[in-house]
Design a protein around this ligand. Sequence first.
Ligand code: HEC
Length: 156
Amino acid sequence: MKRYLIIGIAIAVGFSIIACGEETSKTQAAKDAAAADSLKKYDPNKGEGKFKDIVLDEKLNGEMAEGGNKTFEAKCSACHKLTDEKLVGPGWKGVTGRHQPSWIMNFITNTDEMINKDPAAQAQLEICLVRMPSQSLSDNDARALLEFMRKNDGVK
Ligand code: HEC
């Protein structure tokens, strides 16, 4: 009698282990599908992040650009030049022609995720061999930096 009980318990435990294994593989499959889905939805023009369509004035906002210049000096100039020459990261000359405004703002506020997903960012990473660290910028910082990049690219 006791023996049957032990066998019964063994079977029950066995089943629960199998069931558990199935459960994890199901969650893993769901995770893989979600990751593949988010890559498929990725828009390399706009990038990934909270900025969708940034509408810019044709004219430069000088005050904003000045604020961007300050943030550049404090947080970016160690790795970026304003010419087309690479320092640690790519030079900024022409960056507003290479990328859409929302791409730039998403890249600088959501750097890690963008480097994981964006083909252009990954190509730069291969050249620079350094992963740009997250800069913890506010939305206003990011917008001002974009204005400063526009100024650097000749917008008046
Ligand atoms: C520690 C060095 C470092 C710092 C500091 C840094 N960056 Fe970068 N940045 C990089 C590297 C390296 C890349 C290219 C590789 C990559 O994608 O990670 C890059 C890429 C970029 C690009 C894309 C350029 C292109 O032509 O594709 C932009 C825009 C940018 N950084 C903006 C900023 C801003 C804005 C700051 C300051 C708030 C900043 N970076 C601070 C190293 C840095």
